[in-house]
Design a protein around this ligand. Structure first.
Ligand SMILES: C=CC1=C(C)c2cc3[nH]c(cc4nc(cc5[nH]c(cc1n2)c(C)c5CCC(=O)O)C(CCC(=O)O)=C4C)c(C)c3C=C
Ligand SMILES: [Fe+2]
Length: 439
């Protein structure tokens, strides 16, 4: 076995200032065997370099605390484990305590530490370990853990009804929805993203373990290959239809767009809902993509469906020798047949802010394949995740427009759905329990 490297100087200093965690215990257990994460070892499928375009080495943690939760504008990592949970206790104190314990464990795991100090073997031979162990030798791998609360959490069971933000209402149904109740809704959600799938799965698994008797898993989703860039430092990845996805996304560097379209403004959440200021709303849609049908569709038709070309991701109005992914879409341009070069039923036209009174969203989805459906077809698609300031003013009208006219609908099916309020980031010494319950 190769010798264990010391944590980098930066990582040590982050740990030393690791606000609220058992820093000494964490630091003591914070070495790893030097096995590189998948992103550090290889050029990633979606990044531009060995850091997956994040600009951060595998052993350099993403800060857990800050104005906003990590995992929203953090450059999208390669892998995701998402879980929706139901609360099974009726005792608000138990839920609040769990949120406090989750804060501690999530912060530790973000830094590459065990979920609890000495959790893997430190409890001795006679007790079950309090960390499941599969990430013991791995670096943080850009792990982010993002928490959210569903509308049902505010139904009165926990005395939270008065603290429900007005915008946290169930999404309406959309034309063409084929939602599976077993993949829909949830009192809580955890989004864990990392450049190593084992690190993301370890994080979710250990938070579930800590919540035994308080929460139960409602549904979960694994994702690979991000389908969006959330930073200008990242190359645009491709979805399972082979098209570049994320080109016109809101990027972390665009502070004005984030303030307008992503972060909840204090004026949006007056009174007892003020705890959500600086937060965001997360829309999750499991969208199955019928890849076998798509793969029998001619290239020109595929490009007309999206309104961009397949090779470069450029607007269809540009001639082949002047294709530029980042050139603006020209919806007025016509072809020799007099028809719009970007068809009226194309995905990018219908989803573009110019057609939707200036509405924009931040997309952060992942590809998925969940085996096959028993009829010889892959159960594959896009786990669509979007962060918005108000889902009912942004996602709903956008999805209504797409559900009505998008040519892409012949190839996709929405099979799961959920909405969550994602609270703002935590300051030093704060925890998710006090933030939600107010005491
Ligand atoms: C309700 C919002 C959206 C859903 C649902 C959605 C599903 C979906 N999208 C793709 C692939 C692409 N989408 C692209 C652009 C794009 N999509 C949305 C919104 C939803 N997509 C927006 C707001 C945009 C940007 C529009 C613009 O301003 O130009 C693209 C083009 C490249 C890009 O800009 O990202 C692709 C490709 C799939 C496959 C899919 C469901 C499975
Ligand atoms: Fe899209």
């Amino acid at each position: 076995m190769s010798p264990r490297p010391e944590p980098s100087a930066t990582r040590r200093s982050v740990l030393a200032s690791g606000a609220g965690v058992a820093v000494a215990g964490a630091a003591a257990g914070l070495t790893y065997a030097g096995r590189p994460s998948s992103a550090a070892a290889h050029q990633s499928s979606s990044g531009t370099d060995a850091t997956g375009g994040t600009g951060r080495a595998a052993d350099e943690p993403v800060p857990f605390r800050g104005e906003h939760q990590a995992g929203i504008v953090t450059p999208a990592q390669d892998r995701m484990h998402f879980v929706a949970l139901d609360v099974v206790t009726t005792d608000p104190a138990e839920l609040s305590l769990l949120l406090k314990e989750w804060t501690r464990a999530a912060e530790r795991m973000t830094y590459g530490a065990e979920a609890t100090p000495g959790g893997v073997v430190g409890g001795g031979p006679h007790r079950p370990p309090t960390d499941t162990g599969e990430a013991l030798d791995l670096p943080p791998s850009n792990l982010t853990i993002t928490i959210g609360y569903g509308p049902s959490l505010f139904d009165g069971r926990f005395g939270l009804a008065g603290r429900r933000p007005e915008a946290l209402r169930e999404l309406p149904g959309f034309t063409g929805d084929d939602l599976d109740p077993a993949r829909t809704g949830g009192d809580l959600c955890i989004q864990a993203c990392a450049d190593d799938p084992q690190v993301a799965v370890h994080a979710v698994r250990n938070l579930i373990r800590i919540g035994f008797g308080v929460i139960s898993v409602r549904w979960s989703q694994l994702g690979f290959g991000r389908t969006s860039s959330t930073s200008t430092s990242q190359a645009t990845p491709r979805n399972l239809f082979g098209f570049k996805d994320g080109t016109a996304n809101i990027k972390a560097e665009d502070g004005a767009a984030l303030a307008e379209h992503v972060w909840v403004d204090p004026a949006d959440v007056p009174g007892d809902a003020a705890w959500m200021a600086g937060g965001s709303y997360l829309v999750a849609r499991r969208i199955r993509m019928h890849v076998e049908v798509w793969d029998r569709t001619p290239l020109q038709e595929q490009e007309d469906i999206f309104g961009r070309d397949k090779a470069v991701g450029a607007s269809l109005h540009l001639p082949a020798d002047r294709r530029d992914e980042n050139a603006p879409l020209d919806f007025a341009a016509k072809g020799v047949d007099g028809q719009p070069r970007i068809p009226l039923t194309s995905h990018v036209r219908l989803a573009h802010e110019s057609q939707l009174d200036g509405i924009r969203i931040l997309r952060r989805g992942y590809n998925f394949t969940d085996g096959s459906d028993g009829s010889g077809h892959l159960d594959a698609g896009l786990f669509f995740l979007a962060f918005v300031r108000d889902a009912h003013r942004q996602f709903v009208p956008m999805q209504q427009a797409l559900a009505k006219s998008d040519k892409l609908n012949e190839y996709i099916e929405h099979t799961g759905s959920a909405l969550f309020a994602v609270p703002p980031g935590l300051g030093d010494g704060e925890d998710w329990g006090v933030q939600l319950f107010g005491a």
